[in-house]
Design a protein. Structure first.
Length: 282
């Protein structure tokens, strides 16, 4: 993202909108300026602020005159008064920043908006995590810190070394030439994004190894990392993983429960329902 210095009147409204604090008022040119190394191309400034087309010279003159009288003349806080944002055509690899940071743009690799993955929220129809397996989401950068793929790679390579399997339908996996190594395309390693989600799965017995690996590597990174654990419950709604998590010293609570209403992976229930209700029962 760029800001047109000919239009900006340095009102400062956009500073609070930027989730990674990439916008600052340059004291030399006295205009809002974007630190392009930190900007994750989320387009929050461009898309979330109202815009007016006031004449920049007029606004600066009025603001300067009022300042002499110790009176402030400021636009409404959610407005860029002179439509000064100037988005650029993003070339590879910088374009990856917008794909991972702007929720209005779908990921090319998965076609999914937002963070580019449905995670296990649709496990009843996608069957990503099967019986006896544990699914992990390892999220980097949220809230408001961001992450570079070099940091993501430190974890993905460590996970690959212990034998975790990466989810195919995930935009970070799509950046790996060979997912068995966890190595990410070197062209994007220095790109910064608002957040990225890595998804792996392992047999249940590997739960402690995955958690310790993520914890160890995360402690060396300059971003925030959070882990989600997904597991199938048995017919009584129970599972062994919660106990194992508690044994490892992690507080356990059920964040989201998928009731399996899609039924495609619940073949017994599907057959029963189809038998009772006929074809329309599905
Ligand atoms: S809101 Fe617009 S005019 Fe105000 S500082 Fe930001 S870019 Fe400049
Ligand atoms: S595009 Fe996003 S990260 Fe970049 S300056 Fe605008 S709000 Fe900040």
């Amino acid at each position: 993202m760029h800001i047109d210095p000919r239009k900006c009147v340095a009102c400062g409204n956009c500073l609070a909108v930027c989730p990674v604090s990439a916008i600052y008022i340059d004291p030399v040119i006295r205009r809002a300026t974007v630190n392009l190394d930190e900007c994750v191309e989320c387009y929050a400034c461009q898309n979330r602020m109202s815009k007016e087309d006031l004449n920049p010279t007029l606004v600066r003159t009025i603001r300067g005159f009022f300042k002499l009288l110790r009176i402030r003349f400021d636009p409404e806080p959610d407005v860029c008064p002179t439509s000064a944002f100037a988005p650029q055509q993003l070339a590879w690899p910088r374009s990856i920043r917008q794909a991972f940071s702007d929720p209005c743009v779908p990921h090319e690799s998965t076609g999914v908006y937002g963070r580019g993955t449905e995670e296990v929220k649709t496990n009843d129809v996608t069957n990503r995590v099967g019986p006896g397996e544990v699914g992990f989401t390892v999220e980097f950068g949220r809230p408001a810190v961001g992450a570079r793929f070099r940091e993501v790679q430190a974890v993905t390579m460590a996970l690959a070394r212990i034998g975790a399997t990466f989810e195919k339908n995930n935009p970070v996996t799509a950046l790996m030439p060979d997912p068995t190594t966890g190595a990410i395309n070197p062209e994007v390693l220095d790109e910064k994004v608002l957040s990225a989600i890595v998804e792996v799965k392992t047999p249940e017995a590997m739960l402690p190894a995955v958690l310790r690996t993520v914890e160890e590597v995360a402690a060396t990174l300059n971003t925030v990392v959070s882990v989600g654990v997904a597991v199938r419950c048995d017919g009584d709604g129970e599972n062994r993983v919660e106990k194992a998590l508690a044994g490892e010293g992690y507080p356990v609570f059920r964040g989201k429960t998928n009731l399996g209403l899609g039924r495609l992976s619940n073949l017994d229930a599907q057959a029963t329902t189809a038998g009772a209700a006929g074809p329309a029962g599905r």
